[in-house]
Write a protein that binds this ligand. Structure first.
Ligand SMILES: Cc1cc2nc3c(=O)[nH]c(=O)nc-3n(C[C@H](O)[C@H](O)[C@H](O)COP(=O)(O)OP(=O)(O)OC[C@H]3O[C@@H](n4cnc5c(N)ncnc54)[C@H](O)[C@@H]3O)c2cc1C
Ligand code: SF4
Length: 597
């Protein structure tokens, strides 16, 4: 049975006359987790998702070969994916002045774009304004988890207590010990593959079978060990051993589709919110889902000032409805959640709901990307081809800067993601000179001998890095859009220089011939790891939420996505988003039971 049919058959009818125990806005990593946890506590939940229910398995066609597709997987010629140059030279809204019928973010420029054109948003319908920013959005059931890269890392006290370490920014109102049991729950419920390394700054998960490193990666790992640095197999949010408690997901069979497409796994070995969280939540009988429902405003009870529900627009008909809830849980993703709260103005909350501090939209942070390196492992040239496509990731090189050392030019740190080995298409083919059989032999001989890696670094949270509501521009549904006022600073630029220099040192030390080093910084937003627009804290004047992601101002309002993060760390955020959401929703359910909300 297709996923869509499963969802249709499982769900109760939406009843807008009823007051739900909780309304959750957004169905990605955060909203899916909220739906799972709250329904498992017996609460009656209405999940509002702006996007459609897509028949994702039919969309992804994970086992289709390039030659079975009429354009070898490419999207139609009337569609255009924004390039790096367009993001830097032009100003948003990026679809303006473009002839193409459909305009997509850079992610659609990757191979196999036809398989994700219905997953990422069309910039024509979803404009934004302000400073340059590559904003990747997925408006459909499950949000970005349908195509995420699945690198699933924990944060440590080096992140949660970063201010205590280097005196910059704010500490989080929690420590690692508060969230560790919830990381464990996420690991066990969703599955994660990896190897224990006992690093205090990159805590281990409860891992399933790891992904094997290639010869080149092992060589690099051994060399790095001598430098006291750790390269570990990709910590993938993928079940490699299977999950007995989840009938909607298979274990990873390593069919290689991960490396061929923008993302997505049609057997759902890779975590996605619909099969990992939403379908199991529906099985409790406590979840009602309404897709095509764009939350426009969080409504307020004029006597208490508390949230009373959510008014939303039907994305297909344009009609506005109102749903009533005793609690509202916002999980529309970092930037959309800020937009929704800023749009929710009333006489009691004139700056937007939960915004007495004026901090919503501020302290916006993420990861800086760009510097990367490619090298050649000479002893692999001419060796028989190996099957390296069939895995959900390759390797991660953990942070090593500003742990015990103090870098003179920047604070915080970065890690590298990388890969090597043979793949379905030999990346060296276009750069190899010649023709005929000697050309083909050359391409084959070298195809599996390359190794590359690129860095992800922490962008500091700064009050002045901010989004607000554009006073004039609206989206297709007449909803005012976000305006960006966001730039990388000096710390990020200095860090990026170190990334490129250090990558060279690392490859040289390992005896890997350097083929190319890029020092270019990619446009803001490229990492797709937006964080911090409604941060947690203990001081109501400088933060929006408490340690349980509960609004300081409105006690029945929770914001459980990355907007709550106090700093970005350099580790990818999704596992932390879900662990925090689980912790907060346990608290919410307990308070609800006690009648304290
Ligand atoms: C290509 C790619 C690779 C990535 N790789 C990694 C990785 O390797 N590791 C990692 O940790 N993270 C990765 N990420 C990021 C990861 O996907 C996000 O951190 C995660 O999905 C965030 O979850 P979320 O629930 O906050 O947002 P989303 O998953 O974006 O879900 C938000 C949902 O809310 C809905 N919504 C928005 N506005 C409204 C509204 N007004 N009303 C109702 N619904 C609304 C959206 O349609 C969407 O379904 C990647 C992302 C992409 C796109
Ligand atoms: S390699 Fe594994 S996780 Fe990736 S698409 Fe294939 S089965 Fe899914």
């Amino acid at each position: 049975m297709t996923l869509i049919r499963l969802i249709r058959e499982a769900q109760p009818e939406v009843d807008l006359k009823k007051t739900y125990d909780a309304i959750v806005v957004g169905s990605g990593a955060a909203g899916g987790m909220a739906a799972h946890v709250l329904t498992s506590h017996g609460m009656k939940v209405l999940l509002l998702e702006a996007g459609k229910k897509l028949d994702i398995d039919a969309e992804l066609k994970s086992t289709e070969w390039p030659y079975q597709h009429k354009r070898r997987g490419e999207m139609p010629p009337d569609s255009h994916a924004l390039s790096f140059n367009e993001y830097t030279i032009r100003k948003p809204p990026y679809a303006a002045d473009t002839k193409a019928k459909h305009v997509y973010s850079y992610v659609q420029g990757w191979g196999g774009s036809d398989y994700s054109k219905n997953i990422v948003v069309d910039e024509r319908d979803h404009p934004y304004t302000g400073t340059n920013y590559a904003w990747v959005r997925a408006r459909l059931l499950g949000g970005k988890t349908n195509i995420w890269g699945r690198l699933a890392l924990r944060l440590s006290d080096l992140d949660f207590k970063a201010k205590s370490h280097d005196d910059y920014g704010e500490d989080w109102p929690i420590s690692y010990k508060d969230i560790a049991p919830y990381y464990d729950k996420v690991d066990l419920y969703l599955g994660i593959s990896g190897v224990k390394e006992n690093l205090p700054h990159l805590p281990d998960s409860i891992f399933q079978r790891p992904i094997k490193l290639t010869y080149a990666e092992l060589k690099l790992r051994q060399s790095l060990k001598k430098m006291n640095r750790v390269l570990t197999p990709y910590r993938a949010g993928v079940t490699t051993d299977g999950l007995k408690h989840n009938k909607y997901r298979s274990r990873c069979f390593g069919r290689g589709a991960c490396n061929r497409r923008a993302g997505g796994c049609d057997i759902h070995a890779a975590f996605d919110s619909p099969t990992g969280l939403i379908l199991p939540a529906m099985d409790t009988g406590n979840l009602t889902l309404r897709t095509n429902s764009i939350a426009r405003e969080i409504t307020v009870d004029k006597t208490t000032g508390k949230a009373s529900g959510v008014s939303f627009i039907d994305a297909e008909t344009g009609q506005t409805y109102e749903a009533k809830g005793k609690v509202v849980v916002v999980a529309a993703s970092t930037l959309e959640s800020a937009r929704l709260m800023l749009l929710s103005k009333s006489s009691i909350h004139p700056n937007g709901i939960g915004n007495s501090s004026g901090h919503i939209g501020h302290n916006f942070c993420e990861h800086i990307m760009g510097p990367h390196i490619t090298g050649l492992v000479k002893d692999l040239v001419g060796k028989p081809r190996t099957l390296d496509d069939g895995k959900p990731g390759s390797f991660y090189l953990a942070r090593f800067r500003n742990l015990t050392d103090r870098q003179p030019s920047f604070i915080r740190g970065y890690g590298f993601e990388g890969g090597s080995g043979t793949s379905i298409y030999p990346g060296n083919a276009s750069g190899t000179p010649g023709f005929g059989s000697s050309y083909k032999k050359n391409v084959r001989d070298y195809a599996g001998a390359f190794i590359s890696m690129g860095a992800f670094g922490e962008v500091l949270a700064r009050y002045e890095n901010q989004v607000d509501i554009d006073p004039t521009v609206k989206d297709k549904w007449g909803v005012p859009v976000l305006r960006f006022n966001y730039k990388f600073g000096d710390n990020e630029k200095k860090m990026a220089e170190d990334m490129a220099n250090t990558a060279q040192e690392i490859f040289t030390e390992a005896g890997i011939e350097i083929i190319g080093v890029s020092r270019m910084i990619l446009t803001e937003g490229w990492s797709i790891h937006e964080l911090g627009t409604a941060r947690m804290g203990t001081d109501k004047k400088t933060s929006v939420l408490n340690q349980f992601q509960q609004s300081h101002d409105v006690k029945n309002l929770f914001v459980v996505d990355g907007s709550s993060h106090v700093s970005a760390s350099c580790q990818n955020p999704t596992w932390t988003i879900m662990a925090l959401a689980w912790r907060s929703c346990d608290y919410l359910a307990d308070q609800f039971e006690k009648g304290s909300l």
